[in-house]
Design a protein around this ligand. Sequence first.
Ligand SMILES: [Fe+2]
Length: 439
Amino acid sequence: MTTETPFYLAGHLAPVPDEIDAADLPVTGALPAELTGRYLRNGPNPLPGQDPGHWFTGHGMLHGVRLRDGRAEWYRNRWVRTRRLTEGAPFIHADGTVDRTAVPANTHVVHHSGRILALVENGLPYEVTPELGTVGPCDFGGRLTTAMTAHPKQDPVTGELHFFGYGFTAPYLTYHRLSAGGELVESRVVDVPGPTMMHDFAITEHHVVWLDLPVVFDMDLAGRGGLPYRWDDAYGARIGAMDRAGRVTWFEVDPGYVFHVGNAREDAAGRITLDAVRYSRDAFTGIWPLVGGGPAPAARTGGAVLHRWTLDPVSGTTAEEQLDDRPVEFPTLNDAHVGRASRFRYAISSGAVVKYDTETGTSRAAELDGRPGEAVFVPASAARSEDDGWLLSIVTDRRGESSELLVLDAAGLDFTASVRLPRRVPAGFHGSWIPDGND
Ligand SMILES: [Fe+2]
């Protein structure tokens, strides 16, 4: 590597050059037999010799680890074969139209109603097989005419999948809902003042929660290599609560930015509580050169901290509170509590997996000898409490040379098992546990 190598092609972010398969992986500790399924994780991985010009625009690569009855049966990695990868198809045509299949599909991988989808927020989902082969782009029978966020939310009671698409041309924001059976049954344009970057959102039992925050599209930045979005003090900051009829109540909040939501819920009085990892203006503008393109700043976590908003539709008031001062990202929870009351959050910090108890206001951390990726919660089959289960995270050593799939007991953050992976896995973005019987 030379000093000119972009940070997203070096160290723990450096791409791997090929696709491999490995069987019967070495396990330290004891893998719970009931962890039978697949852990899949997505992230950018440019082709060998390729510099996409930006961390976020490398081709999506899925890494999968197949666990069964206490054994680690296989690891494999596969690029998502999008039209961008196979044909080099352009995202924007000469006439200004957008090709939503010409995207990297590199941000998340989720499962719903028998489909496994690789997601990136400016394009259509790409369906993949349980063995990580690419099926192709999915527009739900022609009904999805916008992009799809990489952070859809499955209602744990109804099984519906709520999501949205945002774009830099009108309509700027469109809400969508899949039935539990995977049919796109609702699409609804939501009025917002301008084209903001909306990476995530939240749901509650009866509402969808929008984050209309002051990071806006700027045409003047397009084509310069970074993402064409910038902080805009003039835009203001609002959180919206949309009911099932599409009526949105907007709440003015202190300007900040959110990439990732922890959870939201509503109480009997209709008050909505939203937890998310929030960047202050200074924290956002400090990390945006890294995320948006340009040199990497020294402090990559940028001081984003767990934050809580309480929105009262009766009084029209909002209350805000910082829940902790530890810089974190990639919040997760027991997905059976999405949109409902929930006590525990998990997140990662530099070299640690963090657990928050929002009931007692305390946190604890498992300090690791390496860099952890997002910690995905997997419930125990006969769970007796919200945190009865495990956290799965790919941890890479600090030199970026080897990786493991770490399994922690979610209750105490104690070591349960580690699967040694046959190769270094570049730090990526988001993933899912897909138990057998769901693919
Ligand atoms: Fe994300």
